[in-house]
Design a protein around this ligand. Sequence first.
Ligand SMILES: [Zn+2]
Length: 216
Amino acid sequence: MPPREKRSLTKYVFAILGTLSFATFCLLEQNFFKYFSQRLTILQRILADSFVHFCVGCWCWVLVRGIHNNHIVIEICLAGLFSSAIDIDHIIEARSIYPKDLINIHHRSLFHTLTAVPVASFVVWVCSKYIWGLILKYKSLEQLKPLKGILIVSPWIIAVAWTSHQLRDALRRGISLQPFGVTGPVPLWLYVAIVTIIPNFIRLLVSFLHERKQLT
Ligand SMILES: [Zn+2]
């Protein structure tokens, strides 16, 4: 088999196996979480929930980009961090860092609204263009040039990370589509279906839109 065809076959196999194992992880973590959360303190529950959001964000980005160099490992970590960091808006909303106050918020805050995702992606896109402009302009920033690939995909990282977080939260609280309203809680099978389809769809979109820009 020619090397190019072999590479695309490997990519397809990786995508299928990655998607299936991710779906299994999503199903298992929900059942584990349900079972163990009764035995955890509120703080432990918040930390465990945040950690699972981190893992889901990372795994989604692995499905988008695969793992083939160090820069992609940075992207994967960023996706995980962005995904778990959304819950900071509970602290902003509650004006408190005490776990009891954080779980007593009954309405959806700004970062937990799906309609905020395209806006956040656009803001990150504008910022990444500006940062790339600075890198090209100043010689002292030349060593940051290898980060070009990360800057190009950064709006997609935000989109995938925030969407995955909100979909997982939607299992209990529905999807917030402010100012249009909030849906009912999303069934587990639908969550798993959407959260596995989205990174695969974005993978196709990213490779179609950015292939010529030689992502590293
Ligand atoms: Zn959340």
